[in-house]
Ligand binder design. Structure first.
Ligand code: C2E
Ligand code: MG
Ligand code: MG
Length: 709
């Protein structure tokens, strides 16, 4: 029993000991397990133990629970394959990838790595599931970047730190004509030169080192050797230590943009119609020329060329004809220039020429003379032949001004002087002209007021029959009684009225005033003589012209046969195809037309044959030379014969001497007008003269006191 108890006790002791030991072992095991669990659960990756045979989950860590949106315990017994959206190789192979299912249908891209182990008798697969969202995202970004690079229009070249090409995009191969293989390994700068043709300077790389960037315009060479302008920008990619890893060159062909820019620049500086420089650019050229002349102690001149009455071309032909004409004028001007001269168009029909580095003032005059000659040659536009004339003013540095503005303004003033003195002429600037120019500006404003204030008045100059000395007609001549300046003559204000467009209102006023005067004379029982009215080409070409004339006649009950409209030959030259229609309308109305100042233009027969034309007035400039100038005598004789053969009545203007009268009378001129017979008269003076008893028949008129004192 003792033994029995002894054994029992020792057995119990052993048992206790064993139990104690087992507990310790268990505790140790449990500690290991806990540590293992801790490790297991704190892993950043999801870890799942799977029974290799059934594919069911035996254990899952916390991350696996978090990613699948469940408690890790809930995952026990779940089919491992069900965790994934896309098939994942679990049993075969050690790695796989797919989408792990999360909560509410979300998924995350994962990569799995698995290995098998034997637990007791159980074969267990241990799968580590790694979230690869970031990598997938990076890859996607890289792909997008690569695609973008491939599809952008700019060429992109990536080079290494030695500037050797590593990769190029499609545009780069297209732009350069080289394949990616041909480009790779070559030096980035080898195919490029600066816009001026020189090699890319080393300073570019210094700049890139300093600022990590450079951009500019360069000339790039294509594979076929052709060169194109390129906008090139080079940047660097650096590591954390600021060491250059890569150079990225981005470039594009800017030939189109550059051509556009050049075109814009050209447009900004040139007149679109003629291609000549515009006012602003011309002024710049002048300033340069003046600066150069000041340095070299040489001279420079500006020619201001204005077409005489170009507006009539526009009014009577179409604007497209006018435009074409200006183009041709520009071409003719350019053809006369020396190398270095510059032509500009600075206004509608205003052209300028700059002659830099001029040695002699006379050279400018020579050019002006030549310009006038070529511009008076007929122009052919469409089916029309158009004859123009021009007036030219010349101003030179240093005599007439030392800045561009002054020089141009003074050339303009000289041009104006040329135009008013005689058309188709040139003048050098003289200082009084500038005063004239400002005077004209003032007159232009005052003219407008003059119409309103009725400061205009008409005087009448008789026209006498050569053979009898009888007054057979009068010509109405306009006077402006200026409140301060006194009487202003038409030679002074008509050109201003023409250039400001006021002329047709003035002409209209004259037409009405003459008709009212005729009516008054008729009422006073004066002899019913012809009254000539001067009509500007501007009004003649006006659409309302015929209607306005008819209205004036009608309201004053004046018979159309009583008036003659005078239009100068110079104006006729500029009237287009409308002329014949207007003439026919006048003819239909029963109104006669006189060609005034005949011989100062082209003395063209064509105008004399137009309907309504019944009178020809020989210009006073021919009469002045009679009877001694053989030239004037011959021309006058020829004109009289020509007009006579067409059955026209001829009237010689500006007869001042008996000698002139005798010559013209013998040459067969019908009528004469001039101071020899009478100055232009106030209506009252004319009335006295026209009373039959006061006019001794058959004798020449005595001079009556001039209207102008
Ligand atoms: P025009 O029609 O050729 O007129 C003749 C001009 O010669 C007139 O000048 C007249 O006064 C002047 N004259 C007449 N006899 C002699 C002479 O013996 N010797 C000289 N040296 N001159 C003489 P005026 O009145 O100064 O007119 C100049 C021009 O102005 C006219 O030339 C005409 O073209 C224009 N004009 C005059 N009145 C009007 C008008 O009412 N309307 C328009 N549109 N133009 C007018
Ligand atoms: Mg006249
Ligand atoms: Mg005349």
């Amino acid at each position: 029993r003792v033994l029995f108890f002894g054994v029992l006790i020792s057995a119990a002791g052993a048992m206790v000991l064993w139990l104690l030991m087992a507990r310790r072992t268990l505790a140790r095991i449990r500690g290991t397990e806990e540590r293992y669990r801790l490790l297991f659960d704190s892993a950043a990756d999801a870890i799942v133990m799977v029974d290799e045979n059934s594919g069911r989950i035996l254990d899952a860590n916390r991350t696996a629970g978090a990613w699948t949106g469940r408690d890790p315990k809930e995952l026990l017994g779940v089919d491992y394959a069900d965790l994934f959206d896309k098939g994942i190789v679990v049993r075969k192979g050690s790695t796989g990838s797919g989408e792990l299912r999360g909560k509410n249908g979300t998924t995350r891209p994962v990569e799995t790595q698995s290995s098998t182990a034997v637990w007791d008798t159980q074969v267990v697969r241990q799968a580590i599931i790694r979230d690869i969202s970031e990598r997938v995202e990076n890859e996607r970004e890289r792909r997008v970047a690569a695609e973008a690079l491939a599809s952008i229009a700019e060429g992109v070249i990536i080079a290494d730190a030695d500037r050797r090409v590593l990769s190029v995009n499609a545009a780069a191969t297209q732009l350069t004509g080289f394949t990616a293989e041909q480009l790779s390994g070559t030096r980035l700068e080898a195919t490029r030169r600066m816009a001026d043709g020189g090699p890319l300077p080393a300073t570019i790389w210094d700049e890139i080192v300093a600022t990590h960037h450079w951009s500019g315009e360069v000339e790039s060479r294509r594979r076929d050797g052709s060169v194109y302008p390129e906008m090139l920008s080079i940047s660097t990619i650096r590591d954390a230590g600021q060491r250059v890893l890569h150079y990225v060159a981005v470039f594009s062909d800017i030939s189109v943009a550059r051509a556009d820019r050049r075109r814009l620049e050209h447009l900004a500086a040139h007149d679109a119609l003629t291609g000549l420089v515009n006012r602003a650019k011309f002024q710049l050229h002048c300033e340069e020329a003046i600066a150069r002349a000041a340095r070299d102690r040489s001279a420079a001149a500006v020619l201001f060329i204005d077409l005489d009455a170009f507006k009539f071309v526009n009014d009577s032909y179409s604007h497209s004809v006018g435009d074409r004409l200006l183009e041709l004028v520009g071409q003719r001007i350019v053809r006369q220039l020396r190398a270095g001269d510059i032509a500009g168009r600075i206004g509608g029909d205003e052209f300028t020429v700059l002659m830099p580095g001029l040695a002699l003032r006379e050279d400018a005059a020579t050019l002006a003379t030549r310009m006038l000659a070529v511009l008076s040659e007929p122009f052919h536009v469409d089916s029309y032949e158009i004859v123009l004339s021009a007036s030219i003013g010349i101003a030179g540095y240093p005599l007439d001004g030392d800045d561009a503005k002054t020089l141009i303004a003074n050339a303009d003033a000289a041009m104006y002087a040329a135009k008013t003195e005689e058309r188709n002429a040139w003048r050098f600037y003289v200082p009084t002209m500038q005063a004239d120019a400002s005077h004209r500006m003032v007159l232009a404003t005052e003219l407008r007021q003059a119409l309103l204030d009725e400061e205009f008045q008409l005087v009448y100059q008789p026209s006498v029959e050569m053979c009898s000395g009888r007054i057979v007609a009068v010509e109405a001549l306009l006077r402006w009684h200026h409140p301060d300046r006194g009487e202003v003559m038409p030679g002074e204000f008509i050109p201003i009225a023409e250039s400001t467009g006021l002329i047709h209102r003035i002409d209209e006023w004259v037409m009405h005033a003459v008709c009212a005067q005729i009516r008054a004379w008729d009422a006073a029982d004066l002899p019913q003589i012809r009254v000539a009215i001067n009509v500007s080409a501007r009004w003649f070409a006006h659409p309302g012209f015929i209607e306005s004339v008819r209205h004036a006649l009608q309201t004053n009950a004046v018979a159309p046969q009583r008036v003659v409209l005078e239009i100068t030959e110079g104006a006729m030259l500029r009237l287009g195809e409308e002329t014949e229609r207007t003439m026919r309308a006048l003819d239909a109305l029963g109104i006669g037309v006189a060609i005034d100042d005949f011989g100062t233009g082209y003395a063209s027969m064509a105008y004399l044959k137009l309907p309504a034309v019944a009178y020809l007035k020989i210009d006073g400039s021919f009469v002045a030379g009679l009877p001694d100038s053989p030239n004037d005598a011959a021309i006058t004789g020829a004109m009289l014969a020509m007009a006579g053969s067409l059955g026209l009545i001829t009237i010689a203007e500006g007869i001042e001497t008996e000698g002139q009268h005798d010559f013209l009378s013998r040459a067969g001129c019908t009528e004469g007008q001039g101071y020899l017979y009478s100055y232009p008269l106030q209506p009252a003076a004319l009335e006295r003269m026209l009373r039959p008893r006061k006019q001794p028949a058959g004798s020449k008129l005595k001079l009556v006191p001039p209207v102008r004192s």
